[in-house]
Design a protein around this ligand. Sequence first.
Ligand SMILES: O=C(O)[C@H](O)[C@@H](O)[C@H](O)[C@H](O)COP(=O)(O)O
Length: 609
Amino acid sequence: MHRVVEQVTNRIIERSKPHRQSYLQRIDEAKGDGVFRNSLPCPNLAHDLAGCVGTCRSSLLDASVPNIAIISAYTDMVSAHQPYGKYPEIIKESVAKAGGNAQFAGGVPAMCDGVTQGEAGMDMSLMSRDVIAMSTVIGLSHNVFDGAILLGVCDKILPGLLMGGLQFGHLPMILIPAGPMTSGIANKDKNTVREAYAKGEVGHAELLASEVKAYHSPGTCTFYGTANSNQLMAEMLGMHLPGSSFVNAGTKLREALTRSAAERITSLTHLGRNYTPLAHVISEKAIVNAIVGLMATGGSTNETMHLVAIARAAGIRIDWNDFAEISDITPLLVRIYPNGSGDINSFQRAGGMALLIRELLKGGLLHEDVQTVAGKGFAQYTEAPLLENGRTVWRKGPEQAGDSTVIATVNKPFELLGGIKVLSGNLGRAIMKISALADGEKTFVEAPAMVFNSQQELEDAFKADRLNRDMVAVVRFQGPRANGMPELHKLITHLSITMDRGYKVGLVTDGRLSGASGKVPFAIHCTPEAVTGGLLNKVQDGDIICMDAHNSILELKVNEEELGKRQAFVHNLDATRYGLGRQVFAPLRKNLLGAEEGASSIFTYRDEN
Ligand SMILES: O=C(O)[C@H](O)[C@@H](O)[C@H](O)[C@H](O)COP(=O)(O)O
């Protein structure tokens, strides 16, 4: 085992001890005897039975039959989730075959960040994760379930499902993905058309024609953004059956995997001999495995908040130093967009999760001795699923990449470092993604600041040709408490064009970026955010800012005396706090923790979890 992985793991265990212990104690207390529904008074149980059709009633009256909850984020609005429409029937059938009963316990909301990118809806996107966590809790709160299946793929949804699910960590749970769509036009080509449109070289019709070729059918988007990073993370956590993450939507193998997962969860309840509560799967070691996987692949920067929040829901405390130290010793093994030209389907063809995990285990970078939904030990995740006689079977996975430009070996990685760097300095702490920067030089930017208080201001400056210069764009008042921390992905097009014109360009913001961003050097999630007193609120146009990934520095080069004289800039946020329903999120927004603490509101009830 790599010494640093071991050290970071031990540090996490030590730091988490009181929280983890009390979490596990509560889980133990919640375990119960026999089927949970039997603890309900008769009238209450009758209410549960009233909705039964088919064999459901007789099953629920049999005290030996486990009842499995289905929590689903099905919606037609999110292409990755559209296939979930058909899942409940498949799951009910498969759980019944395995001797259990499944009930659809609740739907959770699901927002498409692609639809809302750069629009007002995006201001609610991160907060929707907390709503999803709370909705998951409500679904499970009927307390008639012995296990649960979580259906969710995309950005805030999968993290929210886990955060909610972990409040019921005494139940076994499994995540079932819906799979990626097949590849449309390449993500790079899609961006070329976007840039041409921004420069006025092509019109709306050409732009739309290109976009619909990229986003063309049900399934997860093909780039390695947050949704696919979530899938990788879930598999590294041991929450998927081996190799389920990236099997295309709508295929026979996809359906067989769904059936296998439904059967599997039925066998993991406290009523059987393989009791595997969620709380034991999401362990300190599993969290470290997930960090390693994300760093080795250049995963979405959003996971530096989501994983913190998921861990915290399990009583485990991680911070960005854990990410930084692991990133520094984890070789980059995968190159797919935005870190390369292939996509998630290229990754799957090149050997996918089985090969990646094989390499990481070989390098001593993963904990093998973890509990997973597939059983004990992570080595089984080097196997890949196949279809045989209509059923899933697992066979030894590939030992070599089908395409060595997509998956590298630990002995000859693409880069010696993993995906991110954590920058620190007088501006606070921030995340920089280095895996997608075209050449090493871009990891250092020192240039005069151009300050913007919204994405729109930056777009206006671009349109007025004011961006044509070396600069560090400061886009502030975009943090959790300001406006819910939207992704600022749209402005990447303008900054990319400026960079391609030969100017030195960087971005510093307390907001987020899409997992699909990466071309422009950025320091994001800057904490503390401007609205809670971060130094970002004193930056002025022309101040020199230094972003230096090599030395992990984020520095506003203005002396203390001058800064002492400056008044913090106050920005009126009304425009981003009202309209399209954003006003009802005020109580939640007010309680969001900082980015490094997971930017969630659900942990403020007491400082124990
Ligand atoms: O974090 C993410 O991965 C994004 O939020 C992603 O879910 C969103 O759909 C992008 O906006 C699409 O990326 P493009 O706009 O580059 O196609």
